[in-house]
Design a protein around this ligand. Structure first.
Ligand SMILES: [Fe+2]
Ligand SMILES: [Fe+2]
Length: 303
């Protein structure tokens, strides 16, 4: 991205808090997101979850979803306990971001976006656990936020971004390639700028910034590589943005895979075929989980 365009984009991003439909909990939630996990307090999380009835209901749905074993959870506190503080913090943030985009600025169905993002979070975390990455919850969060730039482009450049999606769908091409041609920057870049502007951990911003090509960042760490692979696996299993991309994926030959293998030898020993079957098995649950969280089912939450 040209430096002048970058400066211009950053100025636009700074206005997002004001023009978006972000709920009042966004700022206190951002403060919570900046804390190391050992400093998150259950009281604060329960308070923030309970602040908004719709968000509280969505957290309950997640705790009661098939992916988390359909626990019979009826209160916010027990949902927070069941899901774990870090998981709830990430989910709460995702749910809150859903409101950052005003209704008329969504360029695809919000459900499709969240199906992809939550799908990527769950697949990335699953892969992180398989290779014994030390912070699987961080992998979940990085997966959940990797396409945040998609929301930024929707809010800030709605019509042009719609055009990008139309072209990408017509050509069965990856979205970031078309964005580069039409906007001059990608959702990876706008997402990274937003995460940096919000002062969230640099590792998260870097993962968002290079999730379509880890070679863009010479220092791409394991987290960025995991997110890249999680995103790829979701897209080849039709959990993308609602259009078919023409893509052949050979995981073993992927740059992110090769970087990861050098740090996590467990990956080299992994039976790729079994792993993809395992992910396929989880996909159904992932889709059901997203549908139950972002669907229209009515549920009432008590604190
Ligand atoms: Fe993406
Ligand atoms: Fe993605």
């Amino acid at each position: 991205m040209k430096p002048q365009l970058r400066a211009q984009l950053l100025e636009e991003i700074k206005k997002v808090d004001a023009i978006s439909a972000a709920p009042a909990i966004l700022q206190p939630l951002l403060e919570l997101m900046r804390l190391p996990s050992e400093r998150i307090s259950i009281e604060k999380v329960v308070e923030l979850v309970s602040y908004d009835g719709a968000i509280a209901a969505q957290c309950l749905r997640l705790a009661n979803s098939p992916f988390f074993g359909r626990r019979q959870t009826e209160t916010v506190r027990s949902a927070v306990m069941a899901l774990g503080l870090e998981r709830v913090r990430s989910t709460l943030f995702g749910l809150c971001l859903n409101r950052v985009v005003p209704k008329d600025k969504w360029v695809i169905e919000p459900d499709a976006f969240w199906r992809h993002s939550l799908g990527c979070a769950l697949v990335t975390q699953r892969m992180a656990k398989k290779i014994e990455y030390p912070q699987p919850e961080k992998a979940y969060l990085a997966g959940l936020l990797h396409d945040l730039g998609f929301l930024m482009n929707s809010v800030l450049y709605t019509e042009k971004f719609r055009e990008c999606l139309r072209h990408a769908a017509a050509e069965h091409a990856p979205l970031h390639v078309i964005e580069e041609q039409i906007l001059g920057f990608t959702h990876c870049e706008s997402g990274q700028l937003l995460l940096e502007h919000w002062d969230l951990p640099t590792e998260l911003a870097a993962a968002a910034g290079c999730h379509h090509d880890v070679r863009l960042l010479p220092t791409a760490g394991a987290l960025a590589c995991l997110v890249h692979l999680g995103d790829l696996l979701c897209r080849v299993r039709y959990l993308g943005y609602g259009y078919d991309e023409i893509m052949g994926v050979e995981l073993g030959g992927d740059a992110a895979w090769q970087i990861l293998v050098t740090t996590y030898p467990a990956l080299g020993n992994m039976d790729l075929f079994r792993f993809t079957i395992d992910i396929d098995g989880a996909m159904e649950q992932i889709v059901a989980t997203v549908d139950s969280v972002f669907g229209n089912k009515t549920i009432t939450a008590a604190t």
